[in-house]
Write a protein that binds this ligand. Structure first.
Ligand SMILES: Nc1ncnc2c1ncn2[C@@H]1O[C@H](COP(=O)(O)OP(=O)(O)OP(=O)(O)O)[C@@H](O)[C@H]1O
Ligand SMILES: [Mg+2]
Length: 876
């Protein structure tokens, strides 16, 4: 609403400012309208009128000594949308009355316009004033600008009353958050809106409330079945009818019912919405569609962390549901797009790809989550040193138990899944994010057995294909999707949606620290780690997209009922999951981007209480999970992975600051005072000049002299002369060379030098040869600036903070065994035997992976194996 300028000389504030101010002071709106109408936007005089001071005449003082009282006229104010205003539809469900002309364009809506809403403020009932003759409409005394202002304000008050009523009735909240109100304002104004707000901030209400304010339907596009399921269950608990549609929905009646407007909120996966264009047009004409909401909209962008090609096609919504295309529409059906994880380029991509209107309202809130405590734990152990890495977590849960460490029942047959999951290499986990896998597979081969996991129904052995089909096929009433296909208001009482709800109190007492989600990169690890935790006495379960839906449903329910202490999951258990008391998120292995990390970390502390987000760093550069990507996307994916790696190694900048900055936000306080970096403080800065010069010299083909003076000695450049390392020296070779040639660096291992390379890369002195995308430099090469620096022989120091890997390397120096020592080792028969055994194991593993049968075992030497092969041949 545009502010109306102060009217006339002596006006001390704008009219709307004054009205807002007086409303804040507690005066009644009609009284204010009368007063401002009479004296204009002058604070002192309007107050005089309101307080019945000199010249107020018959004006009734409203503020007495206490709180302002509601005048008699307030009886005529529009009532919140309670039972009285609800209309019964033919099917007997309660429907909310309309409040704006959002309801007028669809045939099913009741026509209540802004004017009609405002007409429930009878201006003639304004308090009597000597300047306002009895019986004269106050509004008619106002100028046209003030009149429209007053009407808008009245409509606004009406909206707010109705919103407050549905908010309280359905969700039990007393008020909307600022950003939620802004998004609703955009909807009232028929505008498209992009909402960028922190995880757990309450974005869902921005599209759920409109469904309750009109007779129309809200269509929500969501990427994950688990997420749609979660939200439908919640809505049912709040008495709001909802359903979800997708290829996993075998009950075609649900879709039919949804398309004739039987559910207030219809969740659809993107593929399905593209198929349903014509039925949706009919729905828009007959019942009306209030809003299209595209949740987790970062999936639209190729540059986001979770690109879904079908999301990109959702521009059809803006193209097809506009008043220019559908003549029965008075306004375009607004599109609201929501996410917590969009960097600035991703935001631009979203608006462009969805063809959102030019006047799209951008609602942006801080990404900072003040109750999340970020920290990184560095470990040199392998990712499977569960005992060491999870001891603390096990103790946390076992501390309050009577029988400490008692093995817990495993939710699923762990051996069965270990067997099937042994096929799950890192490669397979890439598709874990696609819950649609579950979706589509469930409609697949109906011949596959229902319960037999070890063998198929036909007795076929458990091979990868069978396992995958079988794991995803659980048709029947017990099916994950079927049972949550439709949620009628009140049809899913709290207890039936979450059967163990009644146990919550006692269980939550025991779970004094709340549940934990551990994210691991592969499906195999979900099972292995869950197994380990169960055996250590923790109530844990695995969750990944390839598990049976009945299992996934059980995990969901038990997690929500606090029956589970730990869920070990892949990214399939990420986006949108809303459980208030999750206290700890542990990333055991690298996420693929900081967006994914922030998204998953955002599952914690949604009740506002202090929660931990711990990240385990194994000091190895993470690898990119295979996926279909263009060259450009691969580069972007590497960049995201590198940002993630650098975040974990950072020792000097507040972690919350890095995260919000990543999303383009300036972090006001500069530090969160909670993360490990803020608490421990940065390490001491170090002058890396000497090491940098040695490293850069060696890169240039200089052999690296033992004396400080020779640091700059001009040994022939490897490109022009000795070509010691070939065109692109390998990092390991460079480091071995330094360690061999310069005794003072003999205990300084590769991870330290990699840290130095990161510092030099950050300064623009070093890069990966050939510009290849890498997470960590493997073939270091000096840039122009690097060459200038090393040749300048400047006396300037090179101060920097050592990163986490460098600190760990300094605290835990590793002895160096050069190639000469390796050669000497062969002379020792025991070392030789061990090395040969190691080689054999490696070869056997490689062969098994590539599907070949490994050579027979039981031979200790190659000679024995050869003899066995020869005798076999002879026998033939
Ligand atoms: N106005 C409000 N007052 C109090 N609590 C609220 C309000 N709005 C939402 N919430 C609560 O905030 C929690 C998170 O809401 P929601 O799931 O919509 O978050 P989100 O922003 O979509 O998060 P994510 O990005 O993780 O999907 C819910 O449990 C909800 O009940
Ligand atoms: Mg959400």
């Amino acid at each position: 609403m545009e502010p109306v300028a102060a009217a006339g000389a002596g006006g001390d504030v704008s009219a709307d400012g004054l009205i807002a101010e007086l409303l804040d002071m507690g005066f009644d709106f009609d009284d204010i309208a009368a007063a401002v109408g009479a004296v204009g936007p002058r604070r002192a005089e309007a107050l005089e009128v309101l307080l019945g001071g000199p010249g107020a005449g018959a004006g009734q003082p409203r503020r007495g000594g206490g709180a302002p009282s509601r005048p008699a006229s307030s009886a005529a104010l529009p009532r919140p949308a309670g039972k009285g205003t609800q209309l019964r539809n033919p099917r007997g469900r309660l429907r909310q009355s309309s409040i704006t002309d959002h309801t007028t364009s669809g045939a099913g809506g009741r026509n209540v316009s802004v004017r009609e809403a405002s007409s429930s403020f009878p201006c003639s009932e304004a308090p009597v004033d000597h300047r306002v003759p009895v019986g004269v409409d106050v509004c008619s005394k106002l100028g046209p600008e003030l009149q429209s202002l007053v009407e808008n304000l009245r409509a606004d008050c009406s909206h707010k009353d109705k919103i407050a009523a549905v908010l309280q009735k359905h969700f039990g909240f007393s008020s909307l958050k600022g950003f939620q109100m802004e998004a609703l304002d955009a909807w009232f104004a028929h505008k498209d809106c992009l909402v960028l707000a922190a995880t757990g901030s309450g974005k869902s209400l921005c599209f759920q409330i409109p469904a309750l304010l009109t007779t129309k339907i809200v269509v929500v596009i969501s990427p994950l079945i688990s997420l749609m399921h979660d939200q439908c269950l919640k809505l049912a608990k709040h008495g709001i009818s909802a359903c979800f549609l997708g290829s996993g929905q075998p009950d075609s009646r649900v879709e039919g019912k949804a398309m004739v407007g039987m559910y207030k909120i219809v969740y659809v996966c993107p593929e399905t919405v593209l198929r349903l264009m014509e039925p949706l047009k009919k729905l828009a004409e007959k019942t009306g569609i209030a809003l299209f909401a595209i949740d987790e909209v970062h999936c639209v962008s190729k540059w986001g962390h979770d690109f879904r090609p079908d999301y990109r096609k959702l521009s059809v919504l803006r193209e097809n549901f506009s008043s220019s295309k559908l003549k029965f529409l008075k306004h375009d059906i607004p599109v609201i797009a929501l996410t917590a994880t969009a960097t600035i380029p991703v935001r631009e991509d979203i608006v462009k790809s969805l063809k959102m209107s030019e006047d799209t309202k951008i609602v942006l809130t801080s990404f900072f989550r003040p109750n999340l405590r970020f920290s990184v734990k560095h470990s040199r152990t392998s990712a499977s040193s569960y005992r060491k890495d999870f001891q603390e977590l096990i103790e946390t849960y076992n501390a309050s138990r009577k029988f400490k460490g008692k093995e817990q029942q495993i939710l699923h047959d762990i051996d069965r899944y270990s067997e099937s999951s042994s096929y799950d290499s890192l490669n397979d986990s890439a598709s874990d994010d696609e819950d649609s896998n579950i979706d589509s597979a469930s409609c697949g081969d109906k011949n596959v057995g229902k319960t037999n996991i070890g063998k198929t129904k036909t007795g076929m052995p458990l091979v990868k294909e069978n396992t995958e089909n079988e794991l995803d096929l659980y048709p029947g009433v017990d099916d994950f999707d079927v049972s949550c296909g439709e949620f009628l208001e009140g049809s899913q009482p709290e207890s039936s949606a979450f059967p163990a709800q009644s146990n919550e109190a006692s269980l939550s007492e025991r779970l004094d620290q709340g549940p934990t989600i551990v994210y691991v990169p592969t499906r195999k690890e979900t099972v292995e780690l869950a197994n380990f935790l169960c055996k250590s006495g923790v109530r844990a379960a695995a969750y990944n997209a390839k598990m049976p839906k009945s299992h996934l449903r059980q995990v969901h329910q038990q997690f929500h009922c606090n029956d589970l202490e730990v869920v070990v999951a892949t990214i399939a258990f990420g986006m949108g999951i809303d459980k208030s008391n999750v206290r700890r998120i542990i990333h055991y292995g690298f996420p693929q981007s900081l967006e994914a990390y922030y998204q998953e970390a955002g599952r914690a502390g949604r009740d506002g209480k202090l929660s931990d987000s711990l990240y385990c760093n194994f000091l190895r550069a993470p690898t990119l999970l295979p996926n279909k990507r263009s060259e450009e996307q691969t580069k972007a994916a590497y960049r995201m992975l590198r940002d993630c790696f650098h975040y974990s190694l950072n020792t000097s900048t507040c972690r919350a600051k890095i995260l919000v900055k990543y999303f383009g936000e300036e972090f006001g306080p500069d530090r969160c005072d909670m993360c490990d970096v803020c608490i421990n403080g940065p390490p001491q800065m170090h002058d890396f000049k000497e090491e940098a010069i040695v490293f850069m010299n060696v890169l240039q083909g200089r052999s690296g002299d033992e004396t400080e003076d020779m640091m700059y000695s001009s040994v022939p450049h490897y490109r022009s002369g000795r070509r010691r390392f070939g065109e692109a020296p390998n990092f390991r070779m460079v480091v071995s060379h330094i360690r061999e040639k310069l005794p003072r660096y003999v205990t300084t291992d590769k991870i330290w030098w990699q840290g130095l390379a990161r510092i030099l890369e950050g300064m623009g002195y070093m890069q990966e040869a050939g510009g290849k995308p890498r997470v960590s430099i493997q073939h270091p090469e000096l840039t122009e600036d690097g060459l200038k620096f090393v040749n300048s022989r400047s006396e300037e120091p090179l101060y920097a903070y050592p990163d986490a890997a460098m600190i760990l390397a300094m605290n835990d120096p590793r002895p160096f065994s050069g190639s000469s020592e390796w050669g000497r080792g062969w002379a020792d028969p025991e070392i030789r035997r061990q090395r040969l055994a190691g080689r054999r194991t490696g070869r056997r593993k490689r062969m098994r992976r590539s599907g070949q049968s490994p050579p027979p075992t039981g031979f200790t030497t190659a000679r024995e194996r050869l003899a066995a092969i020869l005798s076999k041949k002879r026998r033939r």
